[in-house]
Design a binder for this molecule. Structure first.
Ligand code: EPZ
Length: 423
């Protein structure tokens, strides 16, 4: 398993290009199942999660080609006649559950393995199930698989989600495009990745309105045609790399960065004394007067502060002036980075869903272990600011969501290298 070694203490400056969004691409790819015609995605990120989704779609009979060094994904589901998503693939990635809605819409049936829990929580699917049942699906959990059938096809329905679940919203929107009649989804998630999905589905001929608001309306149509769609910028990669100049000092321009994708995050950075400037090519971030002030954070569904940036901003708060209270309200166990940061000298007190961070003068480099995707990059950020050497192990977590992190940070002066290890 590879490790990443960081020598801390260098102020970063330079330019970092931001890739297409992992979490948009993971819901755009299953949309190929909704049409017999080709769907091509451009500006796709080069990540292991994308390769896992390609493997899953291929197992369902879709043809998936990665072109242009992985930045283009060309798919055709003309012969996709398998409706069973096997445990061996699904267990690798929770987002595999996003084939459930498209399979039901295409075949009127689906067998999808439950993804199982992951490091950050149990990750149940009750919201997906209740919504699809409201559309006429009969869904039974048996032998670790969801067995779903929609006799006579899915029907439009009016349904309110108990919680604004991103994945449940995506499954329902995709399923409803081919349902008989109109679906109104209330308390829908408002994330930019859902807006991007709707843009793509509309390009395929879907009749959808309200994306980005809490109520999305979908008129079912008989069929969808093919399309070519550019994947939206990754707001979580963007926010992550905005923290690199913030935690080390210096100045970095994030190419492709858009303030509207990270508005609440930018507000928090500016409250902490970090300057965020809009430029013709993206966003420029620098530490204004050298001091980072402690700020409080509560994670919420979009447009609130993103849970996927909580671990990263905790790293910044470890070196801030004052005490910061971070409340994680989306997942039940998303502070695994805290004990690892503590090994680097951070002062963090975790009680349930609340972490209280008291900033310290300097973190000290140490051997640490990545436990999940966003925790792993939080350790890298801490290592950039720490005195001495930090070795992050199990970086396969990192590679799920960040392409070539050592190249992107290294190009801004970071002393960072990957030690490739077999096994
Ligand atoms: C998406 O996961 C993202 N993944 C996550 O990013 C992100 O953290 C999350 O949305 C919240 O923004 C992808 O888009 C592939 P949810 P998802 O359904 O759809 C509970 C990353 O780091 N819940 O909004 O699974 C659930 O347990 C990943 O890139 C139910 O209780 O998130 C969680 O506590 C991590 N029942 C909360 O809702 C359900 O049926 C939010 O889940 C579904 C969810």
């Amino acid at each position: 398993m590879d490790r990443i070694v960081v020598q801390g203490g260098t102020k970063l400056s330079g330019v970092i290009p931001i890739a297409g969004a992992k979490n948009a691409c993971l819901t755009l790819m299953p949309a190929t199942l909704l049409s017999e015609e080709p769907l091509t995605l451009t500006n796709a990120p080069r990540l292991s999660d994308i390769r896992t989704m390609s493997e899953l779609l291929s197992s369902l009979g879709a043809e998936v080609s990665s072109l242009n060094d992985g930045k283009v994904i060309a798919m055709s589901s003309h012969n996709a006649d398998n409706h069973m998503a096997h445990y061996d693939i699904v267990r690798k990635m929770r987002a595999s559950n996003l084939v459930l809605g498209p399979l039901l819409a295409r075949h009127g049936q689906a067998e999808v393995s439950l993804p199982g829990g992951c490091a950050i929580g149990a990750r149940p699917m009750d919201l997906h199930i209740h919504a699809l049942e409201a559309m006429g699906a009969e869904i039974e959990l048996r032998d670790g698989y969801l067995h779903a059938i929609a006799r006579g096809g899915l029907k439009g329905a009016i349904h309110e989600l108990r919680f604004a679940s991103v994945g449940a919203t995506e499954n329902v929107v995709m399923a409803a495009t081919l349902a008989k009649g109109t679906t109104v989804l209330k308390n829908a998630a408002r994330e930019p990745e859902i807006v991007d999905l709707v843009k793509c589905l509309r390009a395929m001929g879907a009749q959808i309105s309200g994306e980005g608001t809490s109520t999305i309306e979908i008129q079912g149509v008989d069929r969808l045609h093919g399309a070519t769609h550019p994947v939206v910028t990754d707001r979580i990669e963007l926010g992550t790399y905005m923290l690199a100049p913030a935690i080390t000092g210096g100045e970095v321009e994030l190419l492709g960065g858009r303030r509207d994708l990270v508005a609440s995050f930018c507000d928090k950075l500016e409250e902490a004394g970090i300057s965020v400037e809009d430029t013709p090519n993206g966003l420029k971030v620098k530490r204004a007067n050298g001091v980072v002030k402690a700020v409080d954070v509560v994670t919420e569904p979009f447009p609130g502060f993103p849970t996927d940036l909580q671990a990263q901003v905790m790293a910044l708060m470890c070196t801030a002036e004052g005490t910061s209270v971070l409340e994680e309200k989306i997942f039940e166990n998303r502070f695994m980075h805290a004990p690892e940061l503590t090994r680097m000298g951070a002062q963090i007190d975790v009680h349930g869903g609340t972490a209280t961070v008291t900033g310290v003068e300097r973190l000290r480099g140490a051997p640490v272990m990545a436990t999940d995707l966003r925790a792993s990059v939080s350790l890298i950020l801490a290592g950039l600011a720490a005195e001495g050497e930090t070795v992050v192990s199990r970086v396969y977590h990192l590679d799920r969501g960040y392409e070539r992190v050592e190249d992107k940070l290294g190009a801004c002066g970071a002393k960072i290298e990957r030690i490739r290890e077999d096994g």
